[in-house]
Design a protein around this ligand. Structure first.
Ligand code: A3P
Ligand code: MG
Ligand code: MG
Length: 388
């Protein structure tokens, strides 16, 4: 068992440990039915803001609640493990293998190598552990062929608890939680196009206003990156691209993350609350090299008021000049140090629990199964690796 203690944040301050710029090397889509499409861009979206409040136009106000009754919502009661990520790595490796076989001048191992493979959501929780006051998690980790994978399990049970809470909670300002969540997806639907703007007809652009909101479709980017001496492969959803994806895989991708947030009324408490929210925006976007975040501000009853563009890279310095509720360098250094402990602990066969309880300033890593890889590495991926 290993305990990673972060009571003393001083030891993580100062300039940040080295970071390798995240670079996409493969991707996948979930279609409208949430079926996996490895190596497919079919659910990639293109950012194009909705028209509203523009001087000289008579566009009506945008009500983010519109269409709530027809919301097609993804079933989050299913444990997805790392399956979509592993299936995509498999497809990627099979494709590489084929090109190696066709062109016998290229030789080498087609297996994707990294110290760590996980979802962006898992890394966000670690990156924000020191400063997110509600932060808690239970993840399972295993080491397979020299790579550590970790993921939260039992989300099905958690989703059921969340639904129960949503129905029990006295809605804030009379708005149910489900509606607030819908506003986020509605804002996404209104802000993206299924193909580049130049290829869309006016009708296709306007059709977004009446389009059914469906959160089954997702486009996920898979990147290689590094924090300190740890190499990582991270996969996560990206909401949209600004313009188009560059032709060269070496060029950074102008991804856009979309968020909704309550309009500020000038009260200092609200500014602090927003700064805390920025921690999650920043961590999530930083990990996949998403350079821009578009925040759709809204009234308490869900009418869009304005869209503010934030530069991910500048968020930590905004916070330094604000209430200093968190520090980006501390987040990165803490993550680098935690990954070192993980690499030392998760060695050999078996399954480990990575546990952080709310309010406790430590992450514990302890063995829960003596052999095997639990539910983390699916059998089809193992069979694929045996064939290589
Ligand atoms: P907003 O946060 O913009 O309101 P994401 O921003 O990560 O792309 O997620 C899109 C929307 O999914 C969010 O919109 C929110 O409505 C919902 N969502 C994301 N993470 C959530 C969580 N942990 N719990 C509940 N809803 C969440
Ligand atoms: Mg998203
Ligand atoms: Mg978003």
């Amino acid at each position: 068992m290993a305990t990673f203690d972060f009571h003393q944040l001083d030891r993580f301050s100062g300039s940040s440990t080295s970071i390798r710029r995240p670079r996409e090397f493969t991707y996948f889509s979930f279609d409208e039915k949430h079926e996996l499409r490895p190596l497919s861009t079919e659910s990639l979206s293109y950012y194009h803001p909705p028209v509203f409040n523009a001087p000289g136009t008579h566009a009506p106000p945008i009500d983010l609640s519109a269409g709530f009754d027809t919301f097609v919502q993804r079933d989050d009661g299913i444990d997805e493990h790392l399956d979509a990520l592993l299936d995509t790595l498999q497809a990627h490796e099979e494709q590489l293998l084929q090109s190696v076989q066709e062109d016998d001048t290229k030789i080498g191992d087609v297996r994707t190598q990294a110290d760590v493979i996980t979802w962006r959501g898992m890394m966000t929780k670690i990156l924000t552990a020191a400063f997110d006051i509600f932060n808690e998690f239970e993840m399972n980790a295993t080491c397979f062929q020299g790579t550590i994978s970790f993921v939260e399990e039992n989300n099905a049970a958690k989703a059921a608890r969340r639904t129960a809470q949503n129905t029990q909670n006295t809605p804030r300002g009379g708005v149910p939680q489900e509606m607030m969540q819908y506003w986020g997806y509605k804002f996404e639907t209104l802000s993206v196009l299924p193909k580049p703007w130049a290829e869309c007809t006016r009708h296709e652009i306007e059709a977004r206003e009446v389009q059914t909101v469906n959160n089954n479709a997702q486009f996920c980017s898979i990147v290689r990156t590094g924090i300190g001496a740890t190499s990582l492969i991270i996969a996560g959803e990206v909401d949209a691209v600004l313009g188009e994806k560059p032709d060269s895989p070496d060029d950074p991708i102008p991804w856009v993350e979309l968020k909704t947030s309550a309009e500020q009324t000038g009260h200092p408490r609200e500014a602090v609350k927003f700064e805390r929210k920025l921690l999650n925006y920043w961590a999530q976007s930083f990990l996949l090299a998403v350079p821009t975040i578009m925040v759709g501000f809204r009234t308490p009853d869900g009418f869009l008021t304005r869209i503010q563009e934030l530069s991910t890279q500048r968020i930590p310095s905004m916070v330094k000049q604000g209430s200093r509720t968190w520090d980006g360098n501390v987040c990165i250094n803490l993550t680098g140090a935690f990954l070192e402990i993980l690499k030392r602990t998760v060695v050999g066969g078996g399954v480990w629990r990575i546990s952080r309880k709310q309010g406790e300033k430590r992450i514990e890593v302890f063995k829960v199964e003596d052999a095997g890889t639990g539910n983390i590495i699916r059998p089809s991926f193992k069979a694929h690796r045996e064939k290589l």
